[in-house]
Write a protein that binds this ligand. Structure first.
Ligand SMILES: [Zn+2]
Length: 101
């Protein structure tokens, strides 16, 4: 990753998708954090694909979208609205716990 790409990623992470402008054409990604293609676990910083990477239980790359700008958007929006993603995200971990025991 070049230095420019790293800076762009850092700005996305800090300021969200609308850092260039509020207009849809100016957004840094075509996705919104509410889209079904976006990994809700990633938004909560607990995607099992990332957590288990390079372990014996590695389940491969996550098929859903991971973008730091979307996480920033979610963090901002979740302060005023509840999306219920925490409940959906906890199911794979509960299943994993029962599988391990
Ligand atoms: Zn994921």
């Amino acid at each position: 990753m070049s230095a420019t790409e790293q800076m762009r990623a850092m700005l996305d992470q800090l300021m969200g998708t609308s850092r260039v402008g509020p207009d849809d054409k100016q957004r840094s990604t075509k996705y919104r954090f509410t889209d079904s293609q976006v990994c809700k676990s990633f938004l909560l910083n607990c995607c099992p694909h990332e957590i288990l990477a390079s372990t014996r239980m590695d389940i491969g790359e996550c098929p859903k979208v991971h973008e730091f700008a979307l996480r920033a958007d979610y963090n901002k929006a979740s302060k005023t609205q509840h999306y219920g993603y925490e409940l959906n995200v906890s199911f794979p971990f509960i299943f994993l716990l029962f599988t391990l025991n």
